[in-house]
Design a protein around this ligand. Structure first.
Ligand code: HEC
Ligand code: HEC
Ligand code: HEC
Ligand code: HEC
Length: 494
């Protein structure tokens, strides 16, 4: 139908030949964002194989590859076992690690228990959306298969396709003339990201380079949810702050899961780094992610290039902070450590309140509390935990906007207090004696037992998957030229 209309239009144009140049001009002006908004194919080339850029761009490639030096992926659940209770009933309670270098994104999503141990392409707990922020093969697949073709299948379907970790074509139009000349040619090629940026007045094609730099990070470092359980969607319609996003989710009555203890309709925050940065001092002053995480540096011959080893900016203090600040590295590091300490301290208080609220709500249900009695309580728990997670899930939040985080946590504490005050009344009414007993959750293992998880069983299935399925995926990927024939990234990833 579309094709037919188009050919009719074309025929009319050739008859009215004089209109052709104007319309051709119009068509040329249609941006990637315009196409994304109309759910049309972007018509982009996405060269996803990172190794193809090694020879021509050695400075950028080698520093990009050096993100492999950030190897630590300590378990966040071991670090703070309360998380297991907060996420009871949701896959995050099984396994959740701290972030590490971009180089490991594909390895880490395969290894994590949350993706399960699928045996074939229709098996496993997660949708294909779980690859969305792991690398440039995703943009390539969306272009090749269309949004439905990419988002509808299960995660395992594209195991042999998404094999390049976060790389060149995630941020650059590598097929453009500018890029060939050694310029950045920044680009976003994920339609859902272009649409979301457009919603908040950040139409990518209309941004200058100070806007485009953080926008490429917003491909992934953002809050999102899976609309209809499949489509990565940013909840930005009302705004990007904690209140606006909460309002959005409440309006559409969205819940990521139902809490296993309290039965509250919960939200899981992803990693709202972009949103929190934008509200902080640096964001408001136009200091972008790249200014700190990807500063301009010099090679041994004095050639200036962009540092692609994205990590802790303090490792590059002279080139990042020092370009604007006079204080010493020690002074600023102490300041940041203080922010981290203070925010963590407030956060733990909120976690303790939430743990109690979940167990108290369970006790209330167990003693016969009604839906009507629990309704407001569950909403208050939902809001309190959303606020906790909005502050916890962005790992640089304590520095990017310490003031915003403290307010977020304070309002979370208020909602937790609302929940527990009402719970007190309901528990008394049903003759439950307080305080409600909390099991021993002093370690990750104990907390997981307390909510009935069988982790050894899941680990055994995962080991089998990593030994049998993943090598097959990599073999197929190599045959397709998506990975280099030998010296596959996995070899030096371990
Ligand atoms: C295609 C998605 C994607 C893009 C684009 C992206 N990131 Fe990331 N980033 C991730 C993922 C996923 C991780 C966690 C990787 C892991 O732990 O396996 C991560 C980790 C990080 C880390 C932690 C690194 C460490 O060593 O601990 C920093 C810092 C970071 N990203 C900053 C940025 C900045 C700044 C930009 C933009 C210039 C950016 N990222 C663009 C997905 C992305
Ligand atoms: C997470 C996003 C991201 C990834 C991944 C990334 N780049 Fe970049 N790149 C940038 C940014 C940001 C700049 C600086 C843009 C500016 O100065 O406005 C840049 C600059 C460049 C430039 C321009 C010259 C310079 O050094 O400033 C080249 C060439 C380049 N990158 C190549 C690569 C190659 C090759 C890869 C893959 C190995 C890669 N980039 C991966 C974000 C990225
Ligand atoms: C003014 C400098 C600055 C800007 C701008 C900035 N960051 Fe950061 N970021 C930092 C510092 C410093 C840390 C580490 C804080 C610490 O050591 O406790 C950090 C931490 C992070 C982390 C956590 C890394 C980890 O391993 O835990 C991520 C992810 C991150 N930043 C992403 C971003 C993104 C994405 C943007 C832009 C949307 C951004 N940052 C903007 C300075 C900056
Ligand atoms: C491109 C310039 C620029 C860079 C790079 C930069 N800053 Fe800033 N920084 C600013 C500006 C501008 C302000 C706001 C000053 C004001 O409001 O008076 C600021 C404020 C601050 C503050 C006080 C803000 C607060 O919320 O308390 C701290 C702390 C800080 N910067 C640390 C850092 C660190 C650490 C780095 C490196 C990781 C860094 N900055 C990199 C420009 C920069």
């Amino acid at each position: 139908m579309k094709l037919f209309t188009k050919s009719l239009v074309m025929a009319t144009i050739s008859i009215l030949g004089c209109l052709q140049p104007a319309l051709a001009e119009e068509a040329k002006k249609e941006s990637l964002t315009d196409k994304a908004v109309k759910h049309e194919k972007l018509g982009v080339t996405v060269e996803s194989a990172n190794h193809l850029f090694a020879e021509k761009y050695p400075l950028q490639y080698n520093s990009w590859k050096a993100t492999s030096q950030s190897t630590d992926r300590g378990s966040a659940l071991e670090y703070d076992p309360r998380f297991v209770i907060l996420w009871a009933g949701y896959a995050f309670s099984k396994d959740y690690n701290k972030p590490r270098g971009h180089y490991y994104a594909v390895t880490d999503v395969r290894d994590i228990l949350r993706t399960g141990a699928p045996k074939d392409e229709n098996d496993g707990p997660q949708p294909s959306a779980c690859w969305a922020c792991k690398g440039p093969d995703v943009a390539r697949l969306i272009e090749e298969k269309g949004e439905r073709g990419y988002f509808d299948p299960k995660w395992a379907k594209y195991g042999s396709e998404v094999v390049n970790s976060i790389g060149c074509a995630d941020c650059h139009d590598t097929a453009s003339e500018e890029f060939k000349e050694g310029k950045a040619a920044l680009r976003v090629a994920r339609p859902h990201v272009l649409r979301a940026l457009n919603t908040i007045g950040w139409k990518f094609e209309e941004l200058d380079k100070h806007g485009q730099r953080p926008a490429v990070c917003a491909n992934c470092h953002v809050e999102y949810y899976f609309k209809n359980k499949t489509d990565v969607t940013f909840p930005w319609k009302n705004g990007i702050d904690v209140d606006s996003i909460e309002k959005y989710y409440d309006e559409i009555k969205f819940a990521d899961w139902t809490h296993a203890l309290s039965k509250a309709p919960m939200l899981k925050t992803q990693h709202p780094d972009f949103e929190v940065w934008a509200q902080g001092t640096h964001g408001k002053n136009g200091v972008t992610c790249a200014d700190c995480h990807m500063p301009k540096v010099k090679d041994k011959d004095g050639k200036v290039y962009t540092e692609h080893k994205i990590g802790n900016p303090f490792d590059n203090f002279e080139a990042s902070c020092k370009t604007c600040h006079e204080q010493s590295k020690e002074t600023l590091q102490k300041r940041v450590a203080q922010y981290k300490h203070d925010i963590r301290d407030a956060m733990i208080r909120l976690e303790d309140q939430l743990v109690k609220a979940h167990f108290e709500a369970k006790a209330a249900w167990d003693s016969g509390a009604t839906e009507e009695e629990m309704k407001n309580i569950l909403t208050a728990i939902r809001h309190a935990q959303w606020r906790w997670d909005y502050s916890a899930a962005g790992h640089g939040n304590h520095f990017h906007a310490p003031d915003v985080m403290l307010r977020t946590i304070a309002t979370g504490l208020e909602r937790a207090a609302d929940a527990r005050a009402e719970l007190g009344v309901v528990l008394a009414k049903h003759n439950v004696s307080t305080p409600v007993a909390i099991p021993d959750i002093s370690t990750k293992e104990k907390a997981q037992l307390a909510i009935g998880l069988d982790i050894p069983k899941e680990k055994a299935a995962k080991d089998e998957f990593l030994k049998t399925v993943v090598p097959q995926w990599e073999k197929e990927a190599r045959a397709k030229g998506l990975l280099p024939a030998e010296d596959a990234p996995k070899a030096d990833a371990k």
